[in-house]
Every structure is written in structure tokens, then in C-alpha cells.
Ligand binder design. Sequence first.
Ligand SMILES: [Zn+2]
Length: 130
Amino acid sequence: MQTVKVRSLAGAADGDVKWIGVDEIHMFTTDDIAVLGVAVRRGIKVVVAGIDLDHRGLLFEPVRALFELAPERVIYRRAVCDVCRSLDATHTQVLEHGKPMIRELAPSTALPDDGTYSYEARCRRCVVLP
Ligand SMILES: [Zn+2]
């Protein structure tokens, strides 16, 4: 399938569109989710993937808005915990200089991709939340 890298979903439902697939949905905005709302009301099939919880263990705002569209189906996948190797990692641990970041950032704060931060999948027992 043809894919395009976008910063916004504006216009995604325009024209003769039958399907919209979006990866990394947590990186988009609630305005983008509104575009998906218009799409589903027009009968366009929408499939998205992404992570649900931010560094605080709270839903990303666009993910919350997505759930408010009452999706037909939600499939949760669990990762392998990078600490204890259990098969039920539910959280993304943000590491700052290799240590759990316990500062609380404003929702949807983008972290620089300069090597300061890295990420691990962690289970509920191993995650360190702010
Ligand atoms: Zn663990």
C-alpha cells in the first residue's frame, strides 16, 4: 500500500477515500482525531495504531479523543518488559540520561531527539511514574 508521512491528518478524508490507516496516533492532535470522526461518519474505515499512555501513565489526549469516537474494536497488545522480561508491559518508561524521568511534563510535550531521552517498555511493577 502507498503510505505518506504527514504531520497532520487535515484533508485525509477528502476525495474518494475508503480506508485511512494511521500509525503513531498518539503523536497527532485532537484536531486530527476530529478529522477521523468526520471520516467514520462518512463510512470510511479507519485503523490506527499507537501507544495509549504517556510518561505519567495517563492517556494521551488524542488517544482519549479517539476512544470518545466509540471505536468498533480496540486490540491491546503487550510488550516484553525491558526490566523483568514479563510479557505484560503496559507502560512506556521515559529515561533521561539512562534513569527514569520522574519530572512531570505538560501533556503532549515533545522531547528532543538529541540522545538525552530513551524509552523502555515496562510492566506495572517495574514502571517508575512521576
Ligand atoms: Zn517488569
